[in-house]
Write a protein that binds this ligand. Sequence first.
Ligand code: SAH
Ligand code: MG
Length: 205
Amino acid sequence: MRSVLARTKGFMPDDEGEALYRSACTALAQHRSLPIIEIGSYCGKSTVWLGAAASELGGTVVTIDHHRGSEETQPGWEHHDPEVVDRRVNLMDTLPFLRTTLYDAGLEEVVIPIIGRSPVVAQLWRTPASLVFIDGGHGDEHAAADFEGWAHHVVSGGLLAIHDVFENPEDGGRPPYERIYLPAVESGEFELHDAVGSLRVLRRR
Ligand code: SAH
Ligand code: MG
């Protein structure tokens, strides 16, 4: 798994990935039959951590992405990678990279990728989740929609993990903090379970 992680493109530092893995184990130990849901697969770097937990404990991960990239990964932006552009249509396409990652990590039986827009899938979703990990679009609108669409799917006692949460504006963008983390805590329904780097994990009461 480590060698797969090392060659997988993405935005999940090892210490935060390990924390995500631990939270996934905790969530599955209590709710093994309920899926882990990830918003924002990209090339699978965070999916592998979630999948490792599901593989060990006998759970399932559903990972959702339209695979066309976020604002900040488009051409001209800081996090753009020209290797993930489909030259035929001149759009990003990270799905082939995700498939390679899942195959190489031996997780094809454990992880179910969904190709689509997060709010559209959220509208159709009916199964409570043991853990929801939100790491999709980081603009105000996308972050707010992910909170609206997904936080209520976390089962009571389950976990809501949020990536790129920066309390201090100097450290990074605001929407995951202001549109997901704060509303979750202020709703009174979630309490802090773990914090590593920019990862925050909340437990639903
Ligand atoms: N979790 C990944 C990084 C995800 S980057 C890692 O750790 O490496 C964010 C991803 O969210 C991008 O792949 C982008 O395509 C996806 N995304 C952004 N907005 C989305 C939306 N509204 N619906 C589905 N996917 C979205
Ligand atoms: Mg992230």
